[in-house]
Design a protein around this ligand. Structure first.
Ligand code: ZN
Length: 285
C-alpha cells in the first residue's frame, strides 16, 4: 500500500530502519515431546479412514492421544482444515493466535491452538513430508495460517457470483451432516483454517496475499497428534493445487485421504491431555 497523500517526515528513513522485535518470543512455549509421540506412532494401528471427495468435505473424529494423517492421493490438492474440541464446539482452532505464536506457516513440532478462553494445544504436527520446502524466493511456504478459507460471500462481493463448493460451504455441509443439524446451525461453527499443502505468502512490494502451485505430490502427508478429543472437517479445496484460481469449477481437483491411528496401550506413558489456559478470567474486576 502506498500513501502519497502524506509526505514523509525528515527522519523517515531512521524510523523505518528500526529493527523488528518478535511479538511472542516462543522459547517459553511448552515443548511437545516429539520423540515420545513418534515412538508411540511406530506401534500405532490404523482405526479408520475417510476419503474426502474433490470439491467437497468430510468430518472425522480423533480421540485424545491418537494420530491422524492427511495425505495427497491421485494428484496435487490443497485442503482446508477445521478442528473442534469434540465435546465442546465453542473450543476450536484459533488460526490468528497460532500464527502469532509460530509464524505464517506450520510444520513439524508446531501446534494448532484453541480459541479463548481455552488457549491450549489441540493438535501437534508430528510429521510433514514438505518440511524441506522451507521459504521460497517469493516468500512462499506451505501449510499456512494466514489465509481464511475460500467462501461464497467474497466471491459474491468481488464478482457477484453464487458458487456453492467453496471450502466454507463444503465444511458447513459436512459439519451439518455429521452433527445432524441444519446448515444455519452448522455455519457459525466453521472458522478460519489451517491451509494444508497450500503454498502462500505475501508479496513483498504490495503486501498482497498470494498463492502458487502447491509442491505437494501423491504420497506426501501431514500428520498430527491429537492433544484433546477432536472433531475435524477437511475440505478438498475447489482451487485444486491453487496454481490458477479458486471459487469455481475450473481447476483440476483431487480427493484427500484422512487416516486415524491408535497407539498401543502404555505407549504414551508420561503424557496427559493439556489443561485449559490458566488465566483466572477476572479481567480486572
Ligand atoms: Zn478452499
Amino acid at each position: 500500500m502506498t500513501h502519497t497523500h502524506h509526505p514523509a517526515p525528515a527522519d523517515a528513513e531512521a524510523r523505518k530502519a528500526v529493527k523488528p522485535v518478535i511479538c511472542y518470543p516462543n522459547e517459553t512455549l511448552p515443548v511437545p515431546d516429539l520423540p515420545l509421540y513418534r515412538a508411540a506412532r511406530e506401534g500405532a494401528e490404523k482405526t479408520g479412514e475417510v476419503l474426502v471427495p474433490a470439491r467437497d468435505a468430510a468430518c472425522f473424529e480423533v480421540p485424545a492421544g491418537h494420530f491422524f494423517r492427511i495425505s495427497s492421493v491421485e494428484g496435487p490438492q490443497v485442503g482446508d482444515l477445521n478442528l473442534w474440541n469434540r465435546n465442546d464446539l465453542s473450543e476450536r482452532f484459533y488460526s490468528g493466535k497460532s500464527r502469532a505464536l509460530h509464524g505464517t506457516h506450520l510444520t513439524s513440532g508446531e501446534r494448532m491452538w484453541t480459541s479463548f478462553p481455552y488457549l491450549r494445544p489441540m493438535a501437534t504436527i508430528t510429521e510433514d513430508t514438505l518440511e524441506w520446502y522451507g521459504m521460497d524466493a517469493y516468500g512462499g511456504s506451505v501449510h499456512d495460517v494466514i489465509g481464511t478459507r475460500c467462501d461464497p460471500y467474497t466471491g459474491n462481493l468481488l464478482a457477484g457470483s453464487q458458487y456453492h463448493h467453496c471450502c466454507h460451504s463444503n465444511l458447513t455441509r459436512a459439519l451439518a451432516d455429521h452433527l445432524g443439524v441444519s446448515l444455519v446451525e452448522a455455519e457459525p461453527h466453521v472458522h478460519d483454517v489451517l491451509n494444508v499443502f497450500m503454498c502462500t505468502g505475501f508479496t513483498r512490494d504490495t503486501g498482497q496475499y498470494f498463492m502458487k502451485a502447491s509442491p505437494v505430490r501423491p504420497g506426501d502427508y501431514l500428520e498430527f497428534f491429537a492433544e484433546i478429543d477432536l472433531l475435524g472437517a477437511l475440505s478438498a479445496c475447489p482451487g485444486g493445487d491453487c496454481s490458477s484460481e479458486h471459487s469455481s469449477d475450473t481447476a483440476a481437483c483431487h480427493p484427500l485421504l484422512v487416516e486415524v491411528f491408535a497407539p498401543a496401550a502404555g505407549a504414551l506413558e508420561g503424557w496427559s491431555s493439556p489443561p485449559v489456559n490458566g488465566y483466572d478470567r477476572s479481567h480486572g474486576r
